[in-house]
Design a protein. Structure first.
Length: 703
């Protein structure tokens, strides 16, 4: 009963968030689209999909809707395609979704796949269509034809599905699985890190005989077993990359000597696989056993939260060799070491060490093993204590909330209390549109400035286009400072404002530039900042919390031309695949578009500019010129400033209070904090725009 109430609260909050985002979204957004994106963000964070795109496509005939999808995700190794279909109810209560509705949505997604792969649909749609990129990739990419083996169809709904639905079917050479993600599932995703994988070996008919130590080990317990290769292949076919959430790599295809060795052993000497291969390491949350006949020991019957932390290459290679080469894997057996970790607080650290120490086949860098370094922790702390200046026409300051760990924003909001007034106050200070995840932060930073290592560009717009997980890994490896400060955080937010504004200017179909926003936006920002020699005045953007209409217009022109350039220069029509390659960025960098960038000269830092964004320059400004100006005014003049702020009605209460505090501290010879200095500096700039008061004060002091 309690969980039902919590799900009801979660549903109400979800609908509130969708309505709030709908108000702030650009023209053309719909509640169904926003719900789809919200749901996919949860699935992405839980590792149940990757690199998703929200896009709507519907084909109708005389009999009604023939096919429909609301989004897709094509994995980088082309092995898995996720198709998403949404059933959305805009009401205020949770509705029950019938099996017939699920079946209808499922068949529409299958029909989209069929039309695209075998019925020439890709040649019928316009290049401006949101679905053009994926349709052409599915129909024409040789990698898809070679590697695609699994299609997951997700039915997303904010309703409740009570029927037991578990459908899989084979369509030509592809295995299709149905996944239903309803309000209960979304609640579980929001409340937990992910939905655990449960494997019932007894139900599969192959409980795994195992051995273990006869003593209790501190903090963990391990079991050794032998698992048949066909069982591993079946599990991988069903769950795919979800098995490897804790692993540090995805399947690398048969490109390395080790993977080719696995393949060749399976094809030529399958009976020797157990002897030649090091096996796999697995972690689990819970293990159940059955007693073997005649009292010959125990066997693993059931495992909850089955995760491969070392051996993802082995598992995937067995599966692909079986599928691609029709290899007989009946004689393939794999050594399995299964570890349960008793101290749940240390799960991530222990898993990382298991992956590091057990992985001897392919080299792993330290950055692969952890995304919770000191730099991210410090950024989180800064985001909680840094207040953004109010925008023109607004009086309240807000925060940009960096969510280092999923669920922090929700938990922080809940801690404020359950009264509407307290939640409203929190939402006012922490707008949902100003919440940043790790993946979002990496996207904003990586597209701003390229980073080169030797002859290779390891950071650039092409890494952003590769998807959240791949881009985030590059960010952690090459672009996150170990000791961020407030000024670094402000620069990040300025980059976020540029990116989010560009997305809004690009628009949503049918009122958009085209159908390549996820490509065009990062490439356009990268081209612009490169041609401005990375001298964009990020401090000005942070201070204004927006960019000017002139800047928006330049972005619009650049995005138009960049989109045309990529479409005209991509080999074939696989724009998305080319945009993931360094060659695309290298080609665009050489292109000189005819734009008058002089119109945004006020956003370019020069030697005489007062707006410099490097931390060292900001520190110098705080210690030197600005602090000297503030203190030289004296307590009496700050009292005059305070009185003017109080009486004019043109300055917010926050900055009026700043004037009072600064005057009092100067009078009592109390050191001003960096935040007070910064706020006082912004206040003086604002006063200079609205009145001649400061000029009168300076004139008096000269006389």
């Amino acid at each position: 009963m309690l969980e039902a109430q919590e799900i009801g609260i979660f549903f109400s909050e979800l609908q509130e968030n969708i309505n709030a985002l709908l108000v702030s979204a650009e023209e053309g957004a719909t509640p169904e689209q926003i719900f789809t994106e919200t749901s996919l963000a949860l699935l992405d964070q839980a590792g149940e999909t990757e690199n998703f795109r929200v896009c709507y496509d519907e084909k109708t005939s005389k009999r009604g809707i023939e096919h429909k999808i609301n989004g897709y995700a094509l994995y980088e190794n082309y092995e898995t395609l996720d198709l998403f279909v949404t059933i959305y109810n805009n009401g205020q209560t949770i509705t029950s979704i019938q099996k017939s509705e699920i079946d209808k949505a499922f068949s529409r997604a299958i029909k989209f796949f069929e039309n695209t792969m075998h019925k020439g649909y890709a040649d019928q749609i316009e290049e401006s269509s949101e679905i053009f990129d994926i349709a052409n990739t599915l129909a024409k990419s040789p990698e898809v034809k070679e590697y695609l083996t699994r299609i997951n169809i997700f039915i997303l709904t904010n309703g409740q599905v009570k029927a037991n639905i578990d459908i899989s079917k084979t369509f030509t050479d592809y295995k299709i699985f149905l996944r239903v993600v309803d309000i209960d599932y979304l609640y579980n995703l929001s409340d937990k890190s992910r939905i655990p994988i449960e494997i019932d070996f007894a139900e599969l008919g192959v409980p795994l005989p195992c051995v273990t130590t006869n003593v209790e080990l501190e903090g963990y317990q391990s079991y050794l077993a032998i698992v048949p290769g066909f069982i591993l292949a079946d599990i991988y076919e069903k769950y795919g990359p979800r098995l490897l959430e804790q692993n540090v790599r995805s399947f690398l295809q048969f490109t390395g000597n080790i993977n080719r060795g696995i393949r060749d052993t399976i094809r030529r000497e399958p009976q020797m696989f157990l002897a030649f291969n090091n096996g796999i390491s697995v972690t689990a949350d819970e293990v159940r056993f059955v007693t073997l006949p005649n009292g010959e020991g125990r066997a693993i019957a059931y495992v909850k939260d089955f995760q491969i932390v070392n051996g993802g290459q082995t598992t995937a290679a067995i599966y692909h060799t079986c599928k691609k080469y029709s290899a007989n894997i009946s004689q393939v057996y794999v050594q399995l070491k299964l570890t349960t970790i008793k101290n749940k607080e240390n799960v991530n650290q222990t898993v990382a060490k298991i992956a590091e120490y057990a992985n001897t086949q392919n080299k792993i860098s330290a950055s692969d093993l952890s995304s919770n370094g000191q730099g991210l922790i410090k950024l989180e702390m800064i985001s909680r204590s840094t207040w953004a200046p109010p925008k023109d026409g607004q009086s309240n300051q807000t925060r940009w909330f960096f969510e280092r760990a999923r669920g922090q924003f929700k938990n922080e909001r809940l801690r404020q209390g359950f009264t509407p007034s307290k939640r409203k106050a929190f939402d006012l200070m922490n707008p949902l549109r100003q919440m940043l995840s790790k993946e979002m932060l990496a996207k904003y930073v990586n597209c701003y400035q390229e980073i080169n290592k030797g002859n290779k560009t390891v950071i650039g717009p092409h890494t952003v286009v590769r998807g959240n997980q791949k881009n985030y890994a590059q960010f952690i490896s090459h672009n996150l400072v170990n000791e961020p400060d407030e000024n670094y955080f402000q620069e990040i937010i300025a980059k976020a404002i540029m990116f989010k504004t560009a997305e809004k200017v690009y628009g949503i179909a049918p009122n958009s530039i085209g159908d390549m926003r996820y490509i065009t936006v990062p490439y356009s920002i990268a081209w612009l900042t490169l041609n401005l020699n990375y001298k964009v005045d990020l401090f000005k953007i942070w201070k204004d919390q927006n960019i000017s209409p002139e800047f928006e217009n330049i972005l619009y022109q650049i995005m138009n031309d960049v989109e045309v350039f990529i479409k005209n220069n991509a080999p074939g029509s696989l724009y998305g695949e080319w945009a993931k390659k360094e060659d695309c960025w290298a080609s665009l960098k050489k292109q000189a578009f005819n734009f008058n960038l002089d119109k945004i000269n006020n956003y370019i830092v020069n030697e005489n500019s007062t707006h410099q964004t490097k931390a060292t320059n900001v520190d110098q400004r705080i210690k030197g010129q600005i602090l000297g100006e503030i203190e030289s005014l004296g307590a009496e003049n700050w009292r005059k400033i305070y009185i003017w702020c109080s009486n004019s009605g043109q300055i917010s209460q926050f900055y009026t209070d700043v004037a009072h505090t600064v005057g009092r501290k100067i009078r009592d010879r109390i050191t001003l904090s960096p935040k007070e200095i910064y706020s006082a500096h912004l206040l003086l700039e604002e006063i200079s725009k609205k009145t001649s008061l400061l000029q009168s004060i300076y004139d008096e002091s000269e006389n």
